[in-house]
Ligand binder design. Structure first.
Ligand code: URP
Ligand code: ZN
Ligand code: ZN
Length: 480
C-alpha cells in the first residue's frame, strides 16, 4: 500500500536552512510529506544526490516582443527545455511596452505566446513610457492580472525613462503594491562616451565596456535608490556587476531602505578581457552592464556571502552570434553601439553558481538554494515555489555534486547558437528535474509537453510592503 504518488528516496534534502537525509512524498503535484521510510507508487532513488528546490530564475528574456513584430530568438518551448536541462523550473520573463503605445495589446500578444511554455512562468512588465493612461489605468490593471513587478531602464534607446518618468512609475507601483526592478546605468554619459569612442575610431566589441565604466553604473544605482527612498517604494537592482555598485546597495540597506540586489553568473565568471577576443568574437560576451575586471568576481562573492546580494539570476538573452536576428543583426561586424546586448545563460546558471560557489567552497549548499530559488521566489511573490516544505509545489532538482561536465552549446539546449561558457568545466550537475511532481528532465532528456507550464498569477504580498519611511512624512505618491 503506497501513501504517495511518488517518493524521492534516500537523497540529502537541501533547503535554505538545513541539509539532511530524508524522503520526500509527493501527491497532486505538491510536497505532501518529508520524512523517513515513505512509501510511494513510484520511487525515485536519490542516493548520492542532493535534492534541492527547482531553480527560480527571475530574469529571463524569452520570446520577448520586438517593435518590428518579431521576437527574440529564444522561444517559450526552447527556453523551457533549456531551463529544465539546467535544473530551473520557474522563470519570470518580460512583457514589453513599446514607446508611444499602450501596454494592453502587447501584453495580450505575449501571454498568448507564453501559452506554449513547459516551465512555470510569471511576467515582469517593462515600462518605457510613463503616460497618464499607463500610470492611472494600466499599472493597476497589471496588478489585477497577477503581474506584481515592473522593470524600468535608466539607459538604452528607446527604452530608458528619465528621472521624472521613473518617479511616476515608483509612485504607481507603490499604490498598486508592486516591486520595481531597475536597470541602472547613466544614459546621457553612456551616449556621450559612445560618440567619443566612435569618433576616435574605437568601435570593436571591447569598447562596449569602455563606454559604460563602473562609475556610470554606480551613479545610476545610487540615483535609483535615492528616488525609491523619496517615494518609499521597494526596488530590486538588476544585474549588479561589481563590488563598487553593490556597496551602494549595502549602504542603503544599512539605513533601512527596502532595496535588493541581483547579480548574474556572467559577472562571476566573465571579464572585460573576454570582449577583447580576436575579430568580432568579443560580441559573444557583450552585455550591460559590461563584465568587469578580473577582481570583480571576488568582490561580488564577498557581497553574496554577507547578504548584500540576494538573488542570482541568468539575465538570459536570446541573441545568437550568427544570423540576422542576433549579434550580427546590423551587419557582419557592426560597431559596438549596434550590437544587441545580452548573453544566454538559462541552463548554465545553476551549474556555474554551484561549481563556482559550492564546489569551490565559497558558499554552502543551503546558500545556493537560498540565492537561486528561495530568495527569488520570496522577493517576487511566487508563494508556492523555491522551497521544500509540505504544501509547496513539488518542483525539485536531483543534483550530482561530484559530476564534472564540460559546458558546450549543445548541453545548453537553448535556441541560441553559442554559449559564452563553451569549454568551461563545472563540478556539480542536475541529473533530474521535476516540475509539480512530473519528471520533466532526466540525464539531459526533456520530456515535458508544450503548454504544460502554468502562468503564475501573483497576488499582493507582504514582503514588498513599503518601509513606512517617507521624508517629512509626506506621501507624494498619493498625488501623482
Ligand atoms: O545586456 C543585457 N543585460 N541585456 C538584456 C537586457 C537587460 O538589460 O537586462
Ligand atoms: Zn537590464
Ligand atoms: Zn535583462
Amino acid at each position: 500500500m503506497s501513501d504517495f504518488h511518488t517518493v524521492i528516496s534516500g537523497g540529502v534534502v537541501v533547503t535554505e536552512a538545513s541539509q539532511e537525509r530524508a524522503d520526500i512524498g509527493i501527491a497532486d503535484g505538491r510536497i505532501a510529506a518529508i520524512g523517513a521510510g515513505l512509501r510511494g507508487a513510484r520511487v525515485i532513488d536519490a542516493s548520492g544526490r542532493l535534492v534541492m528546490p527547482g531553480g527560480v530564475d527571475t530574469h529571463c528574456h524569452i520570446e520577448q516582443l520586438r517593435a518590428d513584430g518579431t521576437t527574440d530568438e529564444e522561444g517559450f518551448v526552447s527556453g523551457s527545455v533549456s531551463a529544465f536541462a539546467g535544473g530551473t523550473t520557474s522563470v519570470v520573463t518580460f512583457s514589453m511596452q513599446f514607446k508611444g503605445q499602450a501596454i494592453g495589446p502587447s501584453l495580450a500578444a505575449y501571454r498568448e505566446r507564453a501559452g506554449k511554455a513547459m516551465v512555470d512562468y510569471a511576467f515582469h512588465q517593462i515600462i518605457t513610457d510613463a503616460t497618464d493612461e499607463v500610470i492611472r489605468d494600466e499599472i493597476p490593471a497589471l496588478a489585477a492580472a497577477g503581474i506584481r513587478s515592473l522593470k524600468v531602464f535608466l539607459t538604452y534607446d528607446p527604452l530608458h525613462l528619465d528621472d521624472r518618468g521613473y518617479l511616476r512609475v515608483l509612485a504607481a507601483a507603490r499604490r498598486a503594491g508592486m516591486l520595481v526592478t531597475v536597470h541602472c546605468e547613466n544614459y546621457e554619459a553612456i551616449g556621450w562616451m559612445t560618440e567619443a569612442l566612435l569618433a576616435a575610431g574605437l568601435s570593436a566589441p571591447k569598447y562596449h565596456a569602455w563606454s559604460r565604466p563602473v562609475m556610470l553604473e554606480r551613479e545610476a544605482t545610487y540615483r535609483a535608490i535615492a528616488l525609491a527612498e523619496l517615494v518609499d517604494q521597494p526596488i530590486q537592482i538588476f544585474h549588479v556587476s561589481c563590488a563598487e555598485v553593490a556597496e551602494e546597495v549595502a549602504r542603503a540597506q544599512a539605513r533601512g531602505v527596502k532595496v535588493w540586489a541581483e547579480t548574474c553568473p556572467q559577472y562571476l565568471t566573465l571579464t572585460q578581457e573576454d570582449m577583447d577576443r580576436p575579430g568580432f568574437e568579443g560580441a559573444k560576451f557583450m552585455c550591460s552592464p559590461a563584465p568587469r575586471g578580473a577582481d570583480a568576481a571576488a568582490g561580488l562573492w564577498g557581497q553574496i556571502a554577507d547578504g548584500t546580494i540576494w538573488n542570482i539570476s541568468s539575465d538570459h538573452s536570446g541573441f545568437s552570434f550568427e544570423g540576422d536576428r542576433g549579434k550580427r543583426a546590423a551587419g557582419p561586424a557592426p560597431n559596438f553601439r549596434d550590437v544587441l546586448n545580452g548573453v544566454p545563460g538559462l541552463a548554465a546558471r545553476l551549474p556555474l553558481v554551484f561549481s563556482e560557489g559550492v564546489s569551490a567552497g565559497r558558499i554552502s549548499a543551503c546558500d545556493f538554494v537560498r540565492l537561486t530559488a528561495t530568495n527569488p521566489a520570496r522577493l517576487f511573490g511566487l508563494q508556492e515555489k523555491g522551497r521544500i516544505e509540505v504544501g509547496a509545489d513539488a518542483d525539485l532538482v536531483l543534483w550530482d555534486p561530484e559530476r564534472r561536465v564540460t559546458l558546450t552549446n549543445g548541453v545548453m539546449q537553448h535556441a541560441i547558437d553559442y554559449t559564452p561558457y563553451e569549454g568551461r568545466v563545472v563540478t556539480g550537475w542536475p541529473v533530474l528535474t521535476m516540475r509539480r511532481g512530473e519528471v520533466v528532465m532526466q540525464e539531459g532528456v526533456v520530456t515535458a509537453r508544450p503548454g504544460s507550464g502554468r502562468y503564475l498569477a501573483r497576488g499582493a504580498y507582504e514582503f514588498i510592503r513599503p518601509a513606512g519611511r517617507l521624508p517629512n512624512g509626506f506621501d507624494a505618491s498619493a498625488f501623482g
